[in-house]
Design a protein around this ligand. Structure first.
Ligand code: TIU
Length: 225
């Protein structure tokens, strides 16, 4: 790690982070959300809307790996027996396939299936942490909070999909637990561009009510400074 801290240009204000207390958190960059035939598409979504986040995340991930920051990947999904999937979630709506049904990438949103895995472009290294979560937030029913405490993490650089669902839920959970969350705007995406825009606005409004919003270029600049 070249410098121990860096200042990221962000809204509503720049923020200085101690890199040793900062983790990159990549939310749910799984085939189930990103590719045709997965959970996202079964809900009726156009999965091509999410592709734009991949390259910005890849550039930040490479820089963060070089700088030696902690990297955490999350995956939304359920046990094969669905014991961690609330009926209220499984029965929701009228998807073309439900959670646990067989699909072209294996059973929909089930741990261990091809569709549940992280896309090749952002695949975790052996040394990186992968959190399997049954909900939208990364803290609920996971070891995420304990791991962040163990590593002395106080700040989260957050990216992934989708902006208004799992990214926002995780940022809200983290904010209430005292973490400073800096969300990387071009490293997030939504099936609904207007929800992406508003999801980011909600985070940075009111003096940064949930956190800060930056972009991948600003993170790279701060890490290189
Ligand atoms: N449907 C949707 O937009 N998102 C999710 O169900 N999960 C995540 O955001 N990862």
């Amino acid at each position: 790690m070249a410098n121990s801290s860096g200042t990221i240009a962000a809204e509503p204000a720049p923020i200085t982070l101690d890199w040793s207390k900062t983790a990159l958190v990549i939310i749910d960059m799984q085939r189930d959300f990103m590719e045709p035939g997965g959970f996202g598409e079964t809900l009726g979504n156009d999965v091509s809307q999410l592709a734009r986040a991949v390259q910005p995340i890849a550039t930040v991930l490479a820089a963060v790996r070089d700088a030696g920051l902690l990297v955490v990947h999350t995956r939304e999904g359920h046990l094969p027996d669905l014991s961690d999937a609330p009926p209220a979630k499984v029965e929701r709506g009228a998807p073309s396939l439900r959670i646990g049904d067989p699909g072209p990438m294996g059973r929909i949103l089930i741990r261990g299936e091809a569709g549940h895995d992280i896309i090749p472009e952002l695949y975790p290294l052996e040394s990186e942490i992968v959190i399997d979560k049954p909900g939208k937030g990364a803290f609920y029913a996971t070891e995420f909070g304990d791991i962040l405490q163990k590593y002395g993490i106080e700040n989260l650089l957050v990216c992934g999909v989708t902006t208004e669902v799992c990214v926002n839920t995780t940022v809200r959970e983290a904010n209430d637990r005292g973490y400073r969350c800096v969300v990387i705007s071009d490293g997030c995406a939504s099936y609904f561009p207007e929800f992406h825009e508003m999801g980011l606005k909600m985070i940075k409004a009111q003096g940064g009510i949930f956190g800060w919003v930056t972009d991948s270029a600003a993170v790279l600049e701060a890490l290189a400074a």
